[in-house]
Design a binder for this molecule. Structure first.
Ligand SMILES: C[S@@+](CC[C@H](N)C(=O)[O-])C[C@H]1O[C@@H](n2cnc3c(N)ncnc32)[C@H](O)[C@@H]1O
Length: 311
């Protein structure tokens, strides 16, 4: 079933943050509005004079994160899980008492895959729509993952502390949307871990992407219920945030397309290192991809951090 999606930024904000405290709603909605204002005003200090008017791109900003079925149609899940799960198991170690937290778990596929390997897993996400699909994945995989609807800002209160490990994949950290929100998320991630617990985060390496206009990634091809979907993502950089638009195309009697937007804060390694240090996290590895290649700021596709809580 295709999840319903809202139209317009205001409607998106109210749908997306339904169920949170007024303070959470205010903080998150303020970040969204700040971003929209910054983006709209970014013409003069934006990276490229060839950038199209960002207002056009926001005209119908259906949220990526409120459209989980479309999110899943933009991802080849069997290939992703094959790439991600062995690395996560290696980094997080064998299943332990504390369990594993998937922060920004989205549709919960990695959380359920790890539960199938014997881990006690909690998946947390801001989006109730994402977690609706995650609950479906949980029954399909016959697992017992606990899914909790919460923003990163109140993660430890919502899911508890003492986790052996935490992972945050596929830009879910950058999706916190603003510099302060990403820094705050790292502090909250650390709070959820026991001392000695490990954290694995993966975002894109945004620095080289910013140099490319237009910056388009893909195509990604996924097959869901026998239907093939082709998706591309365009990244539109403002002065300190990036809007990602995912366009998914498919053919039945005719060609069709659906587009969804999200906003990301393009954190750099220097920023992440500073925030990890402040949160008592020692960085053990910085990789440029799941092949564990050394991170190269000029050419790596990903920015992956492996860190340990030391205090
Ligand atoms: C691109 S999806 C990635 C989902 C999943 N980690 C994956 O690998 O497919 C980003 C997720 O982060 C969640 N998210 C964004 N900001 C958040 C916040 N402040 N607190 C909790 N979750 C958040 C979104 O709702 C979305 O499900």
């Amino acid at each position: 079933m295709i999840a319903p999606v809202g139209r317009g930024q205001n409607r998106w904000i109210s749908r997306h943050y339904r169920g949170f405290s007024i303070a959470d709603k205010y903080a998150n909605a303020t970040a969204s509005i700040d971003f929209a204002v910054r983006l709209a005003g970014s013409g003069s200090d934006a990276h490229s004079s060839t950038m199209s008017d960002p207002k056009d791109m926001r005209e119908d900003p259906e949220s990526f994160f409120a459209a989980p079925d479309w999110y899943d149609r933009s991802i080849n899940w069997p290939a992703r899980l094959k790439r991600e799960i062995p690395v996560l198991i290696d980094i997080l170690g064998p299943p332990g008492e504390g369990g594993i937290l998937d922060a920004g778990c989205g549709t919960g596929r990695q959380a359920c895959a790890l539960a199938q390997q014997g881990y006690r897993v909690v998946g947390a996400d801001l989006s109730p729509e994402m977690l609706e699909v995650a609950a479906r994945v949980r029954s399909e995989t016959n697992t017992d993952v606990r899914f909790v609807t919460t923003p990163y800002a109140s993660l430890a209160d919502a899911v508890g502390t003492g986790f052996d490990g935490l992972f945050c994949l596929a830009n879910a950290l950058a999706a916190a949307g603003s510099r302060d929100a990403v820094a705050g998320a790292i502090a909250n991630f650390a709070r959820c871990l026991r001392v000695g617990g490990r954290i694995y985060t993966q975002i894109l390496n945004f620095a080289p992407m910013k140099e490319k206009v237009p910056c388009v990634r893909g195509p990604r091809i996924a097959t869901v219920d026998g239907q093939e979907y082709i998706s591309v993502r365009q990244f539109h950089f403002g002065s300190d945030a990036v809007q990602v638009t995912n366009v998914t195309m498919w053919k039945d009697d005719t060609w069709n397309q659906r587009a969804h937007c999200g906003m990301l804060y393009p954190a750099s390694l220097d920023e992440l290192s500073e925030w990890c240090a402040g949160a008592g996290l020692r960085i053990d590895e910085t990789w440029g991809g799941y092949d564990r290649s050394a991170f190269d700021p000029t050419s790596s596709a990903d920015l992956i951090l492996v860190a340990t809580r030391t205090k």
